[in-house]
Design a protein around this ligand. Structure first.
Ligand code: TZP
Ligand code: MG
Length: 210
């Protein structure tokens, strides 16, 4: 089974006006100790996504073959994962199924699957996903039309239903992250609470997450 670092930053293109700003932000996260990043761009412009993904790959070095290198995960798009030489894909309930994504990316790249209730966690547990996300744990402005908040109770319930690495997401900050890990998550995925000062914020997350 794969392991997921305690902090799972999501680099969301919506918060950056240029590819340079986005890549510089990612580099600051790496300087703060991050070993895994997800690239997310909901605009759906494939050419822009590929350009930004390649820049992230170039700036943050390494590839699938480096066991110690930064892992880059592509949100939603298995095709762009392959073309940009990313290390994995993260899909949700409305994307290609985990089984379909697995056929595209092969056995070695990582596959994450978002869940929002116990039924979906059980399905994810049986699917070809390497890790599961559960959320939103708290209310969030990081996603349009988010699913209902699951709370810490939703994290506890998910923990009972799977032994796969569990990534909690939604409204997680340095102030509440420890409670999410205590509830059974292996990792916290974060957008907003890294934006202002990514390096310092990542370092503080690692401090509170142990
Ligand atoms: N999926 C569930 S909540 C969320 C996503 C992508 C957004 C998380 O953003 P934030 O700012 O960390 O709450
Ligand atoms: Mg998706």
């Amino acid at each position: 089974m794969i392991s997921v670092p305690r902090l799972y930053p999501i680099v969301d293109a919506a918060f950056f006006s240029t590819t340079e700003d986005l890549a510089a932000f990612a580099q600051e996260l790496v300087a703060g100790g991050c070993m895994l990043l997800q690239y997310r761009n909901k605009s759906g412009n494939a050419r822009v996504m590929l350009e930004q993904a390649r820049e992230l790959r170039r700036r943050c070095r390494t590839g699938v073959s480096d066991p110690h290198g930064l892992r880059l995960i592509m949100n939603d798009r298995a095709d762009l994962c392959i073309v940009a030489d990313f290390d994995g894909v993260h899909v949700g309930q409305d994307d290609l199924s985990p089984a379909s994504v697995r056929r595209i990316i092969g056995p070695h790249r990582r596959l994450g699957f978002s869940t929002h209730n116990p039924q979906q966690v059980m399905e994810g547990d049986q699917a070809s996903a390497d890790y599961l996300a559960i959320g939103p744990v708290f209310s969030t402005s990081g996603k349009d039309r988010p699913d209902p908040v699951v709370g810490l109770e939703g994290v506890r319930r998910a923990r009972e239903l799977t032994r796969k690495p569990l990534v909690a997401i939604g409204g997680i900050t340095r102030a509440n992250a420890a409670s999410v890990i205590e509830a059974g998550a292996d990792s916290v995925a974060v957008i907003s609470d890294l934006l202002l000062d990514p390096r310092k914020s990542a370092e503080e997350f690692f401090r509170v997450l142990g």
